[in-house]
Design a binder for this molecule. Structure first.
Ligand code: PLP
Length: 382
């Protein structure tokens, strides 16, 4: 078959090589501690599941308006307003089957061949793939050298962006780094975005998962950012709804119109009864979210302490449920060795733009996390 150049220029997901190795071992009966997945280990809250069942029983099984059911769009607007993003109303919101689809539609709608997109490394692997699929070119700014803090990297950002930069992606709290960017850092981003007329995607999918009483500021609340920020979110992480496929983005009405064409001619709409469950998730899950958040925070504390006991100083994540572990030698080799010898699956940092680290997800029980650290220590990998 003669494949289109746009698909052949993209690599499969970075987790695949390691998860294949882990799957082979598991098929042979080996117990692998899998810290490679970006998925909460909690079940979807019961009331959210019930809302989907009730919606299904009530016959909500057909197509919905392409941009989402009005009840969900209203609940999303309420959430955005509560986050201080008062510039968005219903006509500024497009409901998608997952945050990933939302990002895909935004890149496809804004990026022409050769348009420049700037990423802050380490950056979630799908940003790069989606920019390449859209034909865009990438510039990257490293924050690893600054302990994954953006503020000290602002000079590098200033030297990297220019009037040629079309889009910048900000992800706070972020995958894979777990940093929550300070207001000063976000103001620095704002100043550059305004100076060079850059549109910024604020990927806020981990916004509810922050630690030590921190709150992640929404970039679009900053003066000068209301009309140049596309705020993106999904239900997978905060509400433990990965398999439901529900997300959205909010932005200027003309973006919703343009992206809406792509959306209606491809996915048509997000699943009807899943959208009804989304209303329940947004309105009635404060307690369950807090339980999950607190559990992630305890696990983060435990992991940081355990690694310290083994002489490993790990940058302390401020949110999300990932940790970047500095490793000796090549991170791909280290991750292969970790899965083959210690039976612990992680993701190498290189595909995120951060060689010398691996990403651990602590969406696993405390016992499994303790087990993972013991195994890595025994295999001399710490
Ligand atoms: N953005 C970031 C930073 C992510 O880590 C993910 C998932 O891993 C997504 C967006 C998309 O998630 P979903 O498509 O499940 O909503």
């Amino acid at each position: 078959m003669d494949f289109a150049e746009r698909v052949t220029r993209v690599e499969p997901s970075a987790t695949i090589a390691i998860s294949n190795l882990a799957a082979e071992l598991e098929a042979d009966g080996v117990d692998v501690v899998d810290l490679s997945v970006g998925e909460p280990d909690f079940d979807t809250p019961e009331n959210v599941k019930n809302a989907a069942k009730e919606a299904m029983d009530a016959g909500n099984t057909g197509y919905t308006p392409s941009d989402g059911i009005p009840e969900l769009k209203d609940a999303i607007v309420e959430k955005l307003h509560a986050d201080g993003l008062t510039q968005y109303e219903s006509e500024n919101v497009l409901v998608t089957p997952g945050g990933k689809q939302a990002l895909y539609e935004v890149f496809q709608s804004l990026i022409d061949d050769g348009d420049e997109v700037c990423l802050l490394d380490p950056a979630w692997v799908s940003y790069e793939a989606m920019v390449k699929l859209a034909g865009g070119s990438l510039t990257r700014v490293d924050t690893a050298a600054h302990g994954f803090d953006l503020e000290p990297a602002l000079d590098d950002l200033a030297a990297t962006v220019s009037d040629d930069t079309e889009l910048l992606v900000v992800n706070s709290p972020g995958n894979p780094h777990g940093s929550v960017y300070s207001d000063a850092a976000l103001e620095g981003v704002r100043d550059l975005a305004v100076e060079h007329d850059i549109t910024v995607i604020s990927d806020e999918i981990y916004k509810e998962i922050t630690y030590d009483g921190r709150e992640a500021t929404s970039l679009g609340t900053l003066e000068g950012m209301a009309d140049r920020t596309i705020t993106l979110n999904g239900f997978s992480k905060a509400y433990a709804m990965t398999g439901w496929r529900l997300g959205y983005f909010a932005g200027p009405e003309e973006l919703i119109e343009q992206a809406g064409k792509l959306h209606s001619h491809s996915v048509t709409c997000a699943v009807n009864f899943v959208q009804h469950a989304g209303v329940e998730a947004l309105r009635n899950t404060d307690e369950t979210i807090e339980e999950m958040r607190a559990a992630f925070e305890q696990r983060r504390d435990m992991l940081v302490d355990l690694f310290a006991e083994h002489g490993k100083d790990v940058p302390e994540p401020e949110g999300a449920f990932y940790m970047m572990l500095p490793v000796d030698g090549d991170d791909q080799d280290w991750a292969e060795k970790a899965v083959e010898e210690a039976h612990v699956a992680t993701v190498p940092g290189s595909p995120f733009g951060t060689p010398g680290y691996v990403r651990l997800s602590y969406a696993a029980s405390r016992e499994r996390l303790r087990e993972a650290v013991e195994r890595l220590a025994e295999a001399d990998l710490l």
